[in-house]
Design a protein around this ligand. Sequence first.
Ligand code: NAG
Ligand code: NAG
Ligand code: NAG
Ligand code: NAG
Ligand code: NAG
Ligand code: NAG
Length: 524
Amino acid sequence: MAIVNSERLFLLLLVVVSDMLVLSMGVYVSPLSSEKSYVSAVGDPGMKSPNVRVGLEAWNFCNEVGAEAPGMGSPRMADCADLNCYSPSADSLDITNMNGRTCRMQRRVNESDNKLKAGDEFPATSFNPYPDPDLYAVEKELYLGSLCEVHDSQDPWQFWMIMLKNGNFDKNTTLCPENGKKVSKIITGRNFPCFGKGCMNQPLIYHNYSRLFYSKMQPLFLSGKFFGTYDLDVDLSKGVGNNSYFSVSWEKNLTSGSWIFSHKLTTSQKYPWLMLYLRADATKGFNGGYHYNGRGIMKKLPVSPNFKVRLTLNVIRGGGSNSQFYLLDIGSCWKNNGKPCDGDVLTDVTRYSEMIINPATTSWCRADNLVSCPPYHVTVSGEKIYRNDTSRFPYSAYHLYCSPGNGDYLEAPYDICDPYSNPQAQELVQIIPHPEWAVHGYPEKQGDGWIGDSRTWELDVGGLSSRLYFYQDPGTEPAKRVWFSLNVGTEIYVSRNGETAEWTVSDFDVLVPQEADDNGFSFV
Ligand SMILES: *[C@@H]1O[C@H](CO)[C@@H](O)[C@H](O)[C@H]1NC(C)=O
Ligand SMILES: *[C@@H]1O[C@H](CO)[C@@H](O)[C@H](O)[C@H]1NC(C)=O
Ligand SMILES: *[C@@H]1O[C@H](CO)[C@@H](O)[C@H](O)[C@H]1NC(C)=O
Ligand SMILES: *[C@@H]1O[C@H](CO)[C@@H](O)[C@H](O)[C@H]1NC(C)=O
Ligand SMILES: *[C@@H]1O[C@H](CO)[C@@H](O)[C@H](O)[C@H]1NC(C)=O
Ligand SMILES: *[C@@H]1O[C@H](CO)[C@@H](O)[C@H](O)[C@H]1NC(C)=O
């Protein structure tokens, strides 16, 4: 006998809703769809779905788990719920429902799914219950993805992803490899924050499961929240105090129909470096910063130079001068010979580019500090300007550039990116608002898009990312720049005092050429 487990799924809430609601349940049409050749690459275009699809992942310094936080399970969670509305049948005897519709919420992930911890059997036997917390988290993400998965086309999709990362690094441990190499002892002159043993811990995460909200005259919608702290000894019910804190909640904009994701991130003395992003990740394959198969919302992968990202960002609090607020952090992976990554952490290289919009962020790349500049800049017309061409190189368009630690032919002078903060070597191109990037719809000058300047951006990310310098071995065929992860959020870099950032994201969409179906990237 099959087990009938439908009961777990239903939180029955029957409400009467006026006819005007039908509108808000309509299909979202992208404003860009007039440019017929572009289609949405995400499962929830413009965040207009009435259904909730949210995943959460927490990473230690090198994007792994290390050890689970007590009582929290493996740091992969999800909130997925469907809002099912239907018109009452014509012969309904229920008069109160005559002009309205009946809705109920169907929850897809329950508390026992979210609490699964390393070694626990999954309710579905196709997932491997690894005792190793790093391996288990990967498997749990796939399991939660299977519960949330939507099959509304031939390309299934799972969820928007919330990512949390703790920047503490204990050099006395061997939890993190060096440029992908396992080392028995970490020897480095670099300094990292760590208050002592256990500083690389995972957070306490609490969850207000999505619930149905409604009022007489307004459309109904679902809303929920994840929140928590890294300070394991804190009782949040007594207030946050001077401790670390994060929260992400989602509710509907009743005018536009978009989800509004509201974020808050606070650092503390013990946790002075924290990251919180909302990610549009690939639905399969390696996501940026991973060396394993992940889940996400991007059904089609954007490839430079032809794709766009649309989103509304409202920064409410900045997070202090070290808050590297990313109006898009884009992540990918390819080898130094230009070939796609294959999970071999010794030769795979994570490539990131980030536009930092905090106006307090200065240019480390300067005529007197070429080590922090990419070897050359590519102009809109395709001309290369070398960094030693001091009268023409746009130093103020860059925060910093650093090279992958496994590059064999790096151009001196160079700085190697942090060899420990990824499972493999990484390369970073961090840019700041500048007319050079504004041609692609990005902020033109410091302060654009910052506090008090909420905007809906239409970023030609494809165009911009095709102009960026990324290292490759001489004579190798240029890598196809396929982006697995598009993130918005902040990295509050080591800050002495507790700093707080607060922001909302809505209308998120990724647009790719229609023909991507035929000659675009195919998943590995
Ligand atoms: C939660 O969902 C899992 C997987 O469908 C199921 O096995 C389990 O019984 C559910 N638990 C509760 C408490 O509903
Ligand atoms: C690492 O080890 C050194 C030497 O034993 C010690 O002084 C230091 O406090 C340790 N650091 C942490 C974070 O435990
Ligand atoms: C959210 O969850 C927390 C902790 O589980 C609980 O204390 C709080 O009452 C919840 N809030 C709502 C609005 O349900
Ligand atoms: C937080 O830190 C400030 C400054 O150090 C201090 O004045 C305040 O009392 C602390 N608050 C709590 C709740 O510990
Ligand atoms: C809701 O959407 C409308 C229309 O796009 C917009 O003007 C408004 O600012 C949004 N409200 C919030 C709180 O995001
Ligand atoms: C500037 O850099 C390029 C490329 O590295 C090099 O070929 C050229 O000789 C340099 N020019 C000067 C004046 O140093």
